[in-house]
Design a protein. Structure first.
Ligand SMILES: [Zn+2]
Length: 453
């Protein structure tokens, strides 16, 4: 019997150590080093289906003919958009997200809708469970094969027999390879099984999609080392209690990471949301205080997003500040600006802020809507529903211009808004908009625009 070999891995970042240490020198986390058995028999390791050597030689840049990567469309516009136009042949895509968010549903649905032959490998669910899920999705693809298997060697054998055009693995944490003795889900297993799958993808030109679970604490082994190995990292997010899901790329070797896919969770599966602005704005007829609508951009796509705010007198000494979908530090900064530059006394008030639809917004253009929503709640005066905002707020209380303002104006116009408030410094070339463009330069002007006339 071969001698058992072990090594030490950081469960947080995947760094390898020859002996146990208390603190990981790579990510500075304490108590994350765990011993794992790695008895690897190199001679038996998977060599891939193509035994003949590829001819590798160096060539001049001019001799390389530029060809666009061959892509496979997924019959899912939102996913295609985020991927940059479909699955690149031979690429490995990691779909990460918290358990229960709908990763399996999304990929099974895509597998069932695609025209191409898909091998859907599940180590999470039984055949019956997958069948029940597929029935709920009301789709059937004659070309979709289901396999419940966790051993990579077995998966490759089946793949060589069936020759699928796309492989889906649900999930990478359940896989194990014969050549390593650590348990499934451990760093060494994840690293090894992923590198086998990458090898398979590159040598057979078959795209492979991996599902990877990530908890809120991020302490499930693997995700971070996985991110470095694969070509594309997609994050599937959204609150489990909300019906909307956001798909975004964190890394994409074949496209931009700015694009965003939006889905609505229904009992028949995930519906693609083609016009997100309409769903992100709630009850339009209600005359509520504390809401303001912002014309933001997510990737290349304009989105009208509703900001909700509640300002109330603090009951206890220290006022509470709470945010959902927006950076709390940024909110505190905006409140300080309001206090200092515009004379609003918010120091003794609780401030709660919420971005409707469970979205997380990073676009600075939402600042002005945040400020306006806070003022609206504080002054108990509602903002007319046909006004929207698109500007950044600076530390001096100045209203700053944001990128691609015309695209935002067009979206607001399209959705029937009557007025949009932007910075005085915004460069707008086109003249004849069917929407009134109000230009402001200071926070006080916004307040008087909204509440004094
Ligand atoms: Zn570490």
């Amino acid at each position: 019997m071969a001698k058992t070999k072990t090594t030490f891995f950081c469960q947080n970042c995947g760094a390898q150590f020859p002996k146990w240490v208390g603190k990981c020198s790579s990510c500075n986390e304490w108590n994350t080093i765990v011993e794992e058995v790695i008895q690897k028999e190199d001679s038996k390791s998977w060599k891939g289906p193509n035994k003949e050597k590829k001819n590798t030689k160096a060539v001049k840049l001019g001799e390389i003919t530029a060809v666009n990567e061959e892509r496979i469309g997924t019959c899912n516009n939102e996913l295609n958009r985020v991927l940059g136009g479909g699955l690149v042949k031979g690429s490995v895509v990691l779909l990460g997200g918290e358990p229960g968010i709908g990763k399996s549903t999304l990929l099974l649905q895509i597998a069932l809708r695609m025209k191409n032959k898909v091998l859907y490998v599940s180590g999470e669910e039984s055949m019956t469970q997958i069948k029940l899920r597929a029935d709920r999705l009301e789709n059937s693809n004659e070309n979709c094969l289901i396999l419940t298997e966790t051993k990579t060697q077995q998966i490759f054998t089946i793949a060589q027999e069936t020759v699928p055009e796309v492989i889906v693995i649900d999930s990478i944490q359940t896989l194990h390879t014969d050549y390593i003795e650590a348990s499934p889900g451990s760093i060494s297993q994840i690293r090894e099984t992923t590198s086998e799958l990458i090898k398979y993808a590159k040598e057979t030109d078959t795209p492979v999609i991996l599902i990877g679970h990530i908890t809120k604490e991020g302490n499930i082994a693997g995700p971070k080392i996985l991110e470095h190995m694969v070509d594309v990292v997609l994050q599937f997010e959204g609150d489990r209690n909300h019906t909307y899901r956001i798909l975004r790329a964190q890394k994409n070797r074949f496209g931009s990471t700015a694009e965003l896919g939006i889905y609505e969770m229904q009992h028949t599966g995930l519906r693609e949301v083609d016009n997100p602005s309409e769903i992100l704005i709630s009850e339009k007829d209600a005359d509520l205080t504390g809401t303001a609508i912002s014309a933001t951009l997510e990737g290349m796509r304009p989105l009208m997003i509703e900001v909700q705010s509640l300002v109330s007198t603090a009951v206890y000494g220290t006022p509470q500040r709470s945010c959902t979908g927006y950076n709390i530090k940024r909110l505190n900064m905006l409140l300080a600006v309001l206090e200092k530059r515009a004379g609003f006394k918010l120091g003794a008030k609780d401030v709660f802020l919420n971005i409707a639809g469970g979205l997380r917004v990073e676009d600075p253009a939402i600042d002005l809507a945040v400020v306006s929503a806070v003022l609206s709640s504080n002054n108990e005066i509602s903002i007319p529903q046909d006004i929207c905002f698109a500007a950044e707020v600076g530390l001096a209380g100045e209203i700053r211009a944001i990128s691609r303002v015309e695209q935002r104006i067009q979206e607001a116009e399209k959705l029937g808004f009557k007025k949009i408030i932007v910075s005085k410094f915004s460069k707008i070339a086109k003249k004849n908009y069917n929407i009134e463009i109000l230009k402001v330069s200071k926070i006080e002007e916004v307040a008087s625009l909204l509440f004094l006339d």
